[in-house]
Design a protein around this ligand. Structure first.
Ligand code: MLC
Ligand code: AMP
Length: 503
C-alpha cells in the first residue's frame, strides 16, 4: 500500500489519453507521465535516496517537475518544493534545515548552489523549464519500471515551508492521509470528474497549485492545460479548452481587466475557484455581472490544505469562504483565553480533521504552541461563523501580508531592513493594491546622519529576499508610531498609506 501513489499515480499506468496539455498544445499521455515518474524515481534511488528522505526542488514549472513529485510519492520520499523566487540566502536556510538527500535546481542556479549542496552533503541535480538538465538526462536512460515503495497513511509525503511571525520559516509536515483525505473531500465538494480539463496556471511549489489543483485532477483522471505561469494572453487563449479554473484573486481581477473576458468566452466553463487570499465581494459581484458565473471561494492554509469551501449547488456567498469541508470541524475561539465563542461572534478560527498537518519539521515547541489539547489547530485567522454555518474570514491575528497569493511575514523583511547600515528601525505593512490585493510597504527610520535612500534599501534586499517580499514602496519617517507599551502601531501606518496604490 502507498495511499497517494495508489490513488494518484498508479491509475496513470496504461492510460493512453492525454493527462497534460503543454502550452504549445502538445500532450503527454497518462502512461507517458507514469513511465517518466518511474524513470525519475530510479534516478533518485540511484543518487542514494531512501524512503523517508527529503527531495528539494527549486525549478520552473514543467511536466518533468510534476513527474518528480509523482516519483517522490512512488519512492516514499518527502517532496519539498521551493518557491522559484527564493534567493540563495533563503535556500541556504531551507536546505540546511530540511537536510534533503537530493536537491534539484535550475541549471542557472547550479554555480551558486553547488558549493552549498556539497557542504551539506546533498546530491544536486538540475532541471530547466524546458525539461532539460541532469535530472532529465539521467531519466532518459533510466528504466521506466519502478516498484512503488509501501507507505502507511500516517507516513509523511511532503514538507512545505511557511514563514513564521517570529524567527525562521517552519516546514509543515503533511502526511499521506492529510493530502489524500483532502483530495477526496475536494473531489466530492466540487464534483470533479474525468471529463474535467483544468486550466492550470498556478505555481506547483505551493499547496494551491500542487495539492489542490494537481491532486484533484489526478484523482479523477482529468486533464490539465499545464501553463508555466499566469499570463493573461495565454489564459484567455486557452480558456475555451478548459472546463474549470483555479486561481488566486489576482488571476480574476486581471481577467476582469480585459474586455475579451466575457460571457461568450466563459459560457462553456463549469467552475471557477478562488483561494489563497481574500476575494473581495466586489470582485465576486463584478465577475458574476460580466460572465454569469459565481466564483466558488474556498479557504485553506499550507498546514491544513483546504478547510472550508462555498457549496457547489447551494449559494456561493460573496465575502465568505463557505462551510467546513466533509470531515473537517471549525470553531471560533477567544484570542486571549482560547474559550470557544458563541455562534456569530468574531474570534480565532480553529480547525480539526484529517487534513490538519502533523506538525512543524524538527520544531516540537512551535507545533505545540499552535494546537489545542483537543487537537484543534489554531489558524491565526480571525473569523465568524453565521447561523447558516458560512465562515467569513474578517482579518488575521498573525502579522502577515498576502500579496498576489504569496505570504510575506513583515518580521522577516523588517529584520533584513534593520540590519542595513544607516537604518535605525523599520515597520513593514500590507496596504491595499489593485493587482496584488495587498502590497508590501516599509516605513523606515534612518540612523542619525544617514543618507540611505529607498533604492539602496531595495538593492540590498534583493540579494536576501525573494522579489515578492520586497517593499513596493519605502517611506522614510522621523519615528514609528508606538503605543504606551512601546509596540509599533501598524494600524496607524496602514491608515496613513492605505490609498497609495489607488491614486
Ligand atoms: C510577482 N511579483 C510580486 C508577486 N508576484 N510581487 C508581489 N506579490 C506577488 N504575488 C513581483 C515580480 O517579481 C515583479 O517584480 C513584479 O512583482 C511584477 O510582476 P508581475 O509580472 O506582475 O507578476 P507575475 O509574474 O505576473 O506574477 C503575479 C502572479 C503570481 C499573481 C501571477 O504572483 C502568482 O502566480 N501568484 C500565485 C501564488 C500562489 O500560488 N499562492 C498559493 C499559496 S498556497 P519586478 O521587480 O521584476 O518588476 C496557500 C494556501 C491556499 O496560500 O489557501 O491556497
Ligand atoms: P499559506 O501559509 O500560504 O498557506 O497561507 C494561508 C493563509 O492564506 C491563511 O491563513 C489565510 O490567511 C489566507 N487565505 C487562504 N485562503 C483564503 C481566503 N479564501 N480568504 C481569505 N484568506 C485566505
Amino acid at each position: 500500500m502507498n495511499p497517494l501513489a495508489d490513488a494518484l499515480v498508479a491509475p496513470l499506468s496504461g492510460r493512453a489519453d492525454a493527462v497534460l496539455i503543454r502550452p504549445d498544445g502538445s500532450t503527454l499521455s497518462g502512461d507517458a507521465l507514469y513511465r517518466l515518474s518511474g524513470q525519475i524515481a530510479n534516478v533518485l534511488v540511484g543518487a542514494g535516496l531512501q524512503p523517508g528522505d527529503r527531495v528539494a526542488i527549486q525549478a520552473e514549472k514543467s511536466v518533468e517537475a510534476l513527474a518528480l513529485y509523482l516519483a517522490c510519492l512512488r519512492a516514499g520520499a518527502l517532496f519539498l518544493p521551493l518557491n522559484t523566487a527564493y534567493t540563495t540566502a533563503e535556500l541556504d536556510y531551507f536546505l540546511g534545515d530540511a537536510e534533503p538527500r537530493v536537491a534539484i535546481c535550475d541549471p542557472a542556479s547550479e554555480a551558486a548552489l553547488g558549493p552549498m549542496a556539497r557542504d551539506k552533503g546533498i546530491e544536486l541535480l538540475t532541471l530547466d523549464g524546458a525539461g532539460g538538465g541532469t535530472l532529465a538526462e539521467g531519466a532518459a536512460t533510466a528504466p521506466d519500471e519502478f516498484a512503488t515503495v509501501p507507505r502507511e497513511p500516517d507516513d509523511l509525503a511532503a514538507i512545505l515551508y511557511t514563514s513564521g511571525t517570529t524567527g525562521r520559516s517552519k516546514g509543515a509536515m503533511l502526511s499521506q492521509d492529510n493530502l489524500l483525505s483532502n483530495t477526496e473531500a475536494l473531489v466530492e465538494t466540487w464534483r470533479f470528474t474525468s471529463d474535467d480539463v483544468l486550466l492550470h496556471a498556478l505555481p506547483i511549489f505551493h499547496a494551491h497549485g500542487l495539492f489542490v489543483a494537481v491532486n484533484v485532477l489526478l484523482r479523477v483522471g482529468g486533464r490539465m492545460i499545464f501553463l508555466p505561469k499566469f499570463d493573461l494572453e495565454t489564459v484567455i487563449a486557452r480558456l475555451p479548452e478548459a472546463t474549470a479554473m483555479m486561481g488566486v484573486p489576482t488571476f480574476y481581477t486581471r481577467l476582469l481587466s480585459d474586455a475579451r473576458f466575457d460571457r461568450d468566452l466563459t459560457s462553456h466553463m463549469r467552475l471557477f475557484i478562488s483561494g489563497s487570499a481574500p476575494l473581495l465581494a466586489e470582485t465576486h459581484q463584478a465577475f458574476e455581472a460580466r460572465t454569469g458565473h459565481r466564483i466558488l471561494e474556498r479557504y485553506g492554509m499550507t498546514e491544513t490544505t483546504m478547510s472550508t469551501s462555498n457549496p457547489y449547488d447551494g449559494e456561493r456567498r460573496a465575502g465568505t469562504v463557505g462551510f467546513p469541508l466533509p470531515r473537517v470541524e471549525a470553531r471560533i475561539t477567544d484570542a486571549e483565553t482560547g474559550a470557544v465563542l458563541e455562534q456569530g461572534e468574531v474570534g480565532i478560527l480553529e480547525v480539526r480533521g484529517p487534513n490538519v498537518f502533523k506538525g512543524y519539521w524538527r520544531m516540537p515547541e512551535k507545533t505545540a504552541e499552535e494546537f489545542r489539547a483537543d487537537g484543534f489547530f489554531i489558524t491565526g485567522d480571525i473569523a465568524r461563523i453565521d447561523a447558516e454555518g458560512y465562515v467569513t474570514i474578517v482579518g488575521r491575528a498573525k502579522d502577515l501580508v498576502i500579496s498576489g497569493g504569496y505570504n510575506v511575514y513583515p518580521k522577516e523583511v523588517e529584520s533584513e531592513i534593520d540590519a542595513l547600515d544607516g537604518v535605525l528601525e523599520s515597520a513593514v505593512i500590507g496596504v491595499p493594491h489593485p493587482d496584488f490585493g495587498e502590497a508590501v510597504v516599509a516605513a523606515v527610520v534612518r540612523e542619525g546622519g544617514s543618507q540611505i535612500v529607498a533604492e539602496g534599501i531595495q538593492t540590498a534586499l534583493q540579494e536576501r529576499l525573494a522579489k515578492y517580499k520586497l517593499p513596493k514602496l519605502v517611506y522614510f519617517v522621523e519615528e514609528l508610531p508606538r503605543n504606551t507599551m512601546g509596540k509599533v502601531q501598524k494600524n496607524i501606518l496602514r491608515d496613513e498609506y492605505q490609498g497609495v496604490f489607488n491614486k
